[in-house]
Design a protein around this ligand. Structure first.
Ligand code: NAD
Length: 492
């Protein structure tokens, strides 16, 4: 950040002020304090960054993988040493609690650790004698310049689903954080600078929509990794493909959790409350519909209403706070509008979190946990991503009916089941049309060495972020078929 509070880009190993004509305020969602100004980097500066990354690529790809991972080891240490400060920054700009911010950075570090295994992960295949005296091998080579476009809700973690794998595979990258939460990446890039990547290997360009368009159109950029809403994910996927790029685009979600009457109700309630209201419901793996079967209807409704009412809402930096604010006043307005709409559609407001007043933070974008009961399966509140601390309750007569309902949804990010029945669990795992399944878990977030999956409108592409999928995404395969006849051998 420069002296007047404007964020900088990081290009070719140097911090650079943008020549952007437009800037946006970065605002603390709990206090409305202006934290910084973020430049909306124009296309010509995206071009300069892409050119720097393209120039760095030939040298970086020739660095042996065992050496390419050394800056990642240094980065891991630096991230650990600075974890508290990074977590604080996430809370200040994004609103989640300090514990949630720390957890987010922990997963970022785990991705660095996993990517450090690249000498093994990038291995190819070799078959001798595919015909007499002929061998065939497949090697993985990097693509070139890759762009990473992130959403607001995990400012520290999401770029790490991609960046460590991309550079470990020998690519160079441009990262564009969300314009609403760009401070965390500003700090992460200070650590990347210290970690010792050669100039041009990792670059940071701040901005919003026009900056994304410039990345999509740039001829030197070979691949786009995107995470955000489904509307923009679909657009990025289509545009990226039109420009001939490889694209992975993770989108929005509407995650159901199914509670069977044989579930451990105390555990299910605690876990579902954490899933629905953790990060103020601004998680792509937040539970937003709870479907009950049989007598779970009443026991669960009562228990979750209690849990919602008791959740401590406030500023994420304050001790004892369990849930922070929404990202913007607009987002708060939208969530409150959806709650009203749900009630208008016939659902019963079991717990109403609107008009929250948090002493000391009266200007914050707070909505307290909300529960709507007897939500109609086809209503807007049951089918639209709300992205706030709102849980809709629905009741059905059987597991089959619940799975049919889950599979009728447009999204397919996550579905969870709470039961003590192995047979029900197996049926659910087998039949649920989603990319991430939780059994007696409320946030089925894949570890760094598994792909962060997602189906239907929640994902556009083939290969996801993290682990082996990321390695495949960031490499292209080359097959070589070789003949070396014995007659050509010289006698030495
Ligand atoms: P968003 O789609 O508004 O923004 C995401 C990124 O796209 C940002 O960097 C933004 O600058 C850019 N952008 C926004 N509008 C654009 C446009 N018209 N053209 C080009 N680029 C544009 O998403 P958000 O509000 O920042 O994040 C919340 C969304 O992300 C939710 O829908 C959530 O479910 C989703 N999400 C999904 C996952 C997943 O893994 N599937 C993970 C986290 C968040």
């Amino acid at each position: 950040m420069n002296n007047n509070g404007t964020l900088l880009n990081y290009v070719n190993g140097q911090w650079r002020p943008s020549r952007a004509a437009e800037h946006l305020d970065v605002v603390n969602p709990a206090t409305q304090e202006r934290l910084a100004q973020v430049p909306l980097t124009p296309a010509e500066e995206v071009d300069e960054a892409a050119q720097a990354a393209a120039a760095a690529f030939p040298g970086w790809r020739r660095v042996p993988p065992t050496e390419r991972i050394q800056p990642l080891f240094r980065l891991k240490r630096l991230l650990e040493e600075n974890l508290d400060e990074l977590a604080r920054t996430i809370t200040e700009e994004c609103g989640k609690t300090l514990a949630e911010s720390r957890g987010e950075m922990q997963r970022a570090i785990e991705n660095v650790e996993t990517a450090a295994g690249i000498p093994t992960l990038i291995m190819g295949d070799f078959v001798e004698d595919i015909a007499h005296g002929i061998d065939e091998l497949m090697i993985r080579q990097p693509l070139g310049v890759c762009a990473i476009i992130a959403p607001f809700n995990f400012p520290g973690m999401i770029p790490f689903w991609f960046m460590p794998y991309a550079v470990a595979c020998g690519n160079t990258v441009l990262v564009k954080p969300s314009e609403r939460v760009p401070l965390t990446m500003q700090k992460v890039f200070a650590l990347l600078d210290e970690a010792g990547f050669p100039p041009g290997v990792v670059n940071l360009v701040n901005g919003a929509r026009e900056t994304v368009d410039a990345l999509l159109a740039h001829p030197d950029i070979r691949a786009i990794s995107f995470v955000g809403s489904s509307r923009v994910a679909r657009y990025v996927y289509a545009q990226g493909a039109a420009y001939g790029k490889r694209v992975q685009a993770q989108g929005g979600a509407k995650n159901p959790v199914l509670v069977l009457p044989d579930a451990d109700m105390e555990m299910a309630t605690r876990i579902i409350a954490d899933s629905a209201f953790g990060c103020a419901g601004q998680r792509c793996l937040a539970a937003s519909l709870a479907i009950t079967v049989g007598e779970a209807r009443h026991t669960f409704a009562e228990a979750i209403a209690d849990a919602a009412a008791q959740r401590v809402t406030g500023y994420g930096l304050d001790e004892g706070v369990q849930m922070g604010p929404l990202i913007t006043p607009r987002s708060k307005g939208y969530v409150e509008e959806m709650i009203a709409r749900g009630a208008g559609e016939g659902a019963e407001l079991l717990v109403d979190g609107r008009n929250a007043r948090i002493p000391g933070y009266e200007q914050g974008n707070f909505v307290r946990p909300t529960i709507l009961q007897n939500v109609h399966p086809e209503s807007a509140v049951a089918t639209t991503e709300i992205f706030g601390p709102v849980l809709g309750l629905l009741h059905v007569d059987s597991v089959d009916e619940a799975i049919r309902l889950i599979n009728s949804g447009q999204y397919g990010n996550m579905a969870c089941l709470f039961t003590t029945s192995g047979a029900a669990a197996r049926q659910f795992r087998y039949e649920a049309e989603v990319g991430n399944v939780g059994i007696n878990l409320g946030v089925a977030a894949p570890m760094a060495f598994f792909p962060f999956s997602g189906w239907k409108e929640s994902f556009f592409g083939t290969l996801h972020g993290q682990g082996k999928h990321a390695v495949e995404f960031f490499t292209q395969t080359k097959v070589v078929v070789e003949r070396w006849p014995k007659e050509w051998s010289r006698t030495f």
